[in-house]
Design a protein around this ligand. Structure first.
Ligand SMILES: [Zn+2]
Length: 91
């Protein structure tokens, strides 16, 4: 396996997300790291993927990330959203 790193130049963390720009639709899609390196996509680490903000006027689409990713990088670092959801279901 190739170790792929975040494409942010100052960042050396391993990539867990793939980011794809759709210039025609002015949208950005982010999802689990693609299996093959795609020249049109950017690899991002967990931190940069989660804190990504699109340029003004662009839309950002997030694919279901945490549920689909279970191999090798199992350190979910999100805080709160899961427990908030289960709280609401129990009510
Ligand atoms: Zn990064």
């Amino acid at each position: 396996m190739h170790a792929r790193l975040c494409s942010k130049t100052t960042c050396q963390r391993p990539a867990v997300y793939s980011l794809t720009y759709d210039y025609q639709g002015c949208s950005i899609a982010i999802g689990p790291l693609s299996l093959e390196a795609d020249p049109n996509s950017y690899d991002l680490c967990q931190t940069h993927g989660e804190h990504l903000t699109p340029p003004s006027g662009w839309k950002l689409y997030r694919h279901d990330l945490l549920r689909g990713v279970n191999a090798g990088n199992g350190m979910p670092s999100t805080t709160g959203s899961d427990s908030a959801d289960s709280h609401r279901v129990r009510q």
